[in-house]
Structures are given as structure tokens and as C-alpha cells.
Design a protein. Structure first.
Length: 257
């Protein structure tokens, strides 16, 4: 009987330990860095946070949906909405954390006024970030989109293109690597930071801090309210994290809380 009770106790201890473990996917900068910052705080509360770094925008959602990971931290709500719609997943936002103002970069131009006729411009090939890039180009006066074109705009929605720019769509992660081969690249801030670009100094145009693209912690409906997840939420919304973001990224990443 004692052996049986000991076995039950071991199973219970294992279950408790598993319940207090969170495996979270993230892109390296700034998401994984922010998660690593809160890891010690969570450990003090009995939550073991394991951060899994990814370089793409697809696998983190798939692995959370398939319950191989508990949550992810890399995307904004418009991207999540499009992913759920396209893949038939039911992932949900848990909390918004920060904004990464989206920017346009060039290794050839010092200002957007120098953009030549027929310039090659690269943008992300996913629906929401591609649309976001086109909206920023429109805001800068480079193109005009058809009336009603929104966050999922594509190059087919361009109504006016006075400089006859040539737009190429590439996977978001590859854009910094082709910067020297094109005239202008519209790059997500996490990938810009990884490539040692300073958005507040190097971007020729950049979104304002009022950008609606808040980066969110994402989970499944069945685990979004778990005790461990809510401890992570509280940690991500702490004054310490706000100060960490402000000091480390100096405006390239902006707290959204």
C-alpha cells in the first residue's frame, strides 16, 4: 500500500510540475529577449518558462494549435486573424504587449525622395504584413491604393504608381538579407533588429507609435486562462518589463500597456 501511495504521490507531483511549465515559441528579437527577461520572476512563482526560438511566422502557430507548445509571442492580431481563417485554427489572443513600428530601409538611398523610377521594392509575402507595407508606402506618397483597400491589400490593389516601382513579395525573414540587392525593403522590426538595423535611425519611413499592430501573446482557448499563463500575463505587463523595453530598444519597440 505504501508503494502504491508513493506512486500516486509521484504522479501527482509530476502533474503539478507539468501544469506549471510553459513552453512558448517566439522570434528572437525582441520577443524571446522579453520572455527571457521575465523568466526569473516566473521561476519564483513556480512556473518554468521554456522559450523556443523560431525564425518564421508559420510554425509557431501550428505547433501551438497542435498542442506541441503552450503559447507563442511573435505576431499581431491582424496576422492571427488571417492565419486562423486560412488554416482553420482557433488560436486566441491572451494579452497585448508591445508595438514594433514597421519601417522601410535602403542601403542605396539616404531619403525616400531619392527613390528612382522603376525602383525595386520588396515587401513581406504574408497577407497582413504585405498590406501593412503597402499602407505605409501609401502614407509616404509613393503609391495610392484603391479605395477600400485595407490591411490585406496586395500589389493588385495599387491604383496609382507614379514612379512605376516594381514590388516583389518575399518571406518576411529573408528581407534583411536582400537589402543590398534592392532599392527599398519594408521590414518587420523584429527582423530589422536581428539584422542590426536601428529602426529609429535607419528607417527612411516608419509607422508612428499609434500603430494598431500590437504584438500579442497567443494561446489556445483551452489553456489561455490557466494559472501559469495568467502569471506570464502579469509578468509581461509589469513595470519592470515596460522599463526594460524602453531602455533596451530605445523607441524601436514601444510598450502597449
Amino acid at each position: 500500500m505504501k508503494k502504491l501511495l508513493a506512486a500516486f504521490a509521484a504522479v501527482a507531483a509530476f502533474s503539478a510540475q507539468a501544469a506549471d511549465e510553459l513552453n512558448v515559441a517566439a522570434t528572437a528579437v525582441p520577443h524571446a529577449e522579453i520572455l527571457e527577461f521575465v523568466k526569473p520572476q516566473l521561476a519564483e512563482q513556480g512556473v518554468e518558462l521554456n522559450v523556443k526560438v523560431f525564425t518564421d511566422y508559420v510554425q509557431p502557430n501550428i505547433q501551438v494549435s497542435e498542442e506541441r507548445l503552450d503559447a507563442n509571442f511573435f505576431q499581431h492580431q491582424p496576422y492571427l486573424d488571417e492565419f486562423n481563417k486560412g488554416k482553420g485554427t482557433e488560436l486566441v489572443s491572451v494579452v497585448g504587449v508591445h508595438i514594433e513600428p514597421f519601417g522601410a530601409y535602403s542601403s542605396k538611398l539616404k531619403s525616400l525622395d531619392e527613390l528612382p523610377n522603376g525602383a525595386t521594392v520588396v515587401i513581406p509575402n504574408d497577407a497582413t504584413n504585405g498590406g501593412r507595407a503597402l499602407l505605409l508606402l501609401q502614407k509616404a506618397g509613393v503609391i495610392t491604393l484603391k479605395e477600400g483597400a485595407g490591411i490585406t491589400a496586395t500589389p493588385r490593389d495599387i491604383a496609382e504608381n507614379p514612379k512605376n516601382i516594381k514590388i516583389r513579395e518575399l518571406e518576411a525573414a529573408t528581407l534583411p538579407r536582400v537589402l543590398t540587392q534592392v532599392d527599398l525593403a519594408l521590414i518587420n522590426t523584429n527582423y530589422a533588429l536581428e539584422a542590426k538595423l536601428n529602426p529609429t535611425e535607419d528607417a527612411l519611413i516608419i509607422e508612428g507609435s499609434d500603430s494598431p499592430y500590437v504584438n500579442i501573446l497567443v494561446a489556445r482557448p483551452d489553456n489561455k486562462d490557466s494559472a501559469a499563463m495568467q502569471k506570464l500575463v502579469k509578468a509581461l505587463h509589469s513595470d519592470a518589463v515596460k522599463q526594460f523595453i524602453k531602455e533596451k530598444y530605445k523607441g524601436a519597440v514601444v510598450p502597449a500597456f
